[in-house]
Design a protein around this ligand. Structure first.
Ligand SMILES: NC(=O)C1=CN([C@@H]2O[C@H](COP(=O)(O)OP(=O)(O)OC[C@H]3O[C@@H](n4cnc5c(N)ncnc54)[C@H](O)[C@@H]3O)[C@@H](O)[C@H]2O)C=CC1
Ligand SMILES: O=C([O-])CC(=O)C(=O)O
Length: 349
């Protein structure tokens, strides 16, 4: 069981990395000889944070796991630390322990903040989460300015620009190191496509571009592999379901939060890809919301090649169907205004 979860973590999800580059096997690393990597989870006692802490504890690329929250981390850390895998686990609680939690980190994953309730948009979380992200980004700039940052907290379309502005002000911004986690959109697109196309889900790849809210989520089913003969109606329904995937979970949870388990899985897969990139595994490619010049917007989600310094290359969108071209045009105003909202917040407060 443990082996199969670890194998799944080692298998990256985009084309080039799928099952062909399990670092440990190909390069003969055992968990003892893989490079030391400290990973922090900020918001580690939450709905996403706890299962994400578990999955990162199962990742043999992690040597030190730092679990930070404003409350509840001693229990989570004690629990997770009993698992007999490589990393040592330390829990940190409260702001005065944040510096210690971050010092020496190679990768910081941020699922801190409030989740949606039915009837809310991700943007409705802005008022609370923007401040949380700003203060965590300020601490990252101070204590681990060279770490990769995986931003999960919503609204991602605004929280990533907020973090970028905080880092710029602190003089530590490196656009190669800041990632909005949009992996759950990819995970959903793959699952829904495999179901509709009746193909084994393990072999499916679907890029998802744009942003991470409603129509800004643009799955490119015209580029999905393996190819399947789906009707225009099928593609429209799959697109809508991917865009509304978060809301589907929020409604099903009926007031008890949003996606946590699938998000922890997606976050763990994306973090694993970042660690592989840092460790020099070639051709690690995943989708992420990053600083970008492939459209006129300063941030955009697309396929990204990960390397020793974070983003090695932002890949362009590739050929789009007419339906996808329309979707791209429609999403630009909303994504632009969410990005601008984040930038404005970071600079005025
Ligand atoms: N990017 C994505 O695809 C997804 C993003 N999310 C977002 O992730 C965030 C977290 O969701 P859940 O884990 O379900 O929420 P949750 O409420 O269960 O957990 C959030 C945790 O953050 C902690 N927290 C609050 N302020 C903090 C601070 N200043 N420093 C450190 N920790 C702090 C809380 O104590 C809590 O333990 C939400 O904003 C949600 O919208 C959720 C699903 C998918
Ligand atoms: O929908 C939400 O609020 C949480 C989220 O981002 C997702 O599940 O994609």
């Amino acid at each position: 069981m443990l082996r199969s979860i670890q194998a799944s973590l080692r298998r990256s999800t985009c084309a080039a990395t799928s099952s062909t580059h399990p670092l440990l096997r190909r390069r003969g690393y055992s968990s003892e000889s893989a490079p030391e990597r400290k990973v922090a989870v900020l918001g580690a006692a939450g709905g996403i944070g706890q299962p994400l802490a578990l999955l990162m504890k199962l990742n043999p690329l992690v040597s030190s796991l730092s679990l930070y929250d404003i409350a509840g981390t001693p229990g989570v850390a004690a629990d997770v630390s009993h698992i007999n895998t490589r990393s040592e686990v330390v829990g940190y609680m409260g702001e005065d322990q944040l510096g210690k939690a971050l010092e020496g980190c190679d990768l910081v994953i941020i699922p801190a903040g409030v989740p949606r309730k039915p009837g809310m948009t991700r943007d409705d979380l802005f008022n609370i989460n923007a401040g949380i992200v700003k203060s965590l980004a300020t601490a990252i700039a101070k204590y681990c300015p060279h770490a990769l940052v995986n931003m999960i907290s919503n609204p991602v379309n605004s929280t990533v620009p907020i973090a970028a502005e905080v880092f710029k002000k602190a003089g530590t911004y490196d656009e190669k190191k800041l990632f909005g986690v949009t992996m759950l959109d990819v995970v959903r697109a793959k699952t829904f496509y495999a179901g509709k196309a009746k193909v084994p889900v393990e072999g499916v790849n679907v890029p998802v571009v744009g942003g991470h809210a409603g129509i800004t989520i643009l799955p490119l089913f015209s580029q999905a592999t393996p190819k399947a003969n789906l009707s225009d109606e099928d593609i429209k329904a799959l697109t809508k379901r991917t865009q509304d995937g978060g809301t589907e979970v929020v409604e099903a949870k009926a007031g008890k939060g949003s996606a946590t388990l699938s998000m922890a899985y997606a976050g763990a897969i994306f973090a694993d890809a970042c660690l592989k990139g840092l460790n020099g595994v070639p051709d690690v490619i995943e989708c992420s919301f990053v600083q970008s010049s492939i459209t006129e917007l300063p941030f955009f989600a697309s396929k990204v090649k990960l390397g020793k310094n974070g983003v090695e290359e932002v890949l362009d969108l590739g050929p789009l169907s007419d339906y996808e071209k329309q979707g791209l045009e429609s999403l630009m105003p909303e994504l632009k205004s969410s990005i601008e909202k984040g930038i404005k917040f970071a600079n005025q407060s």
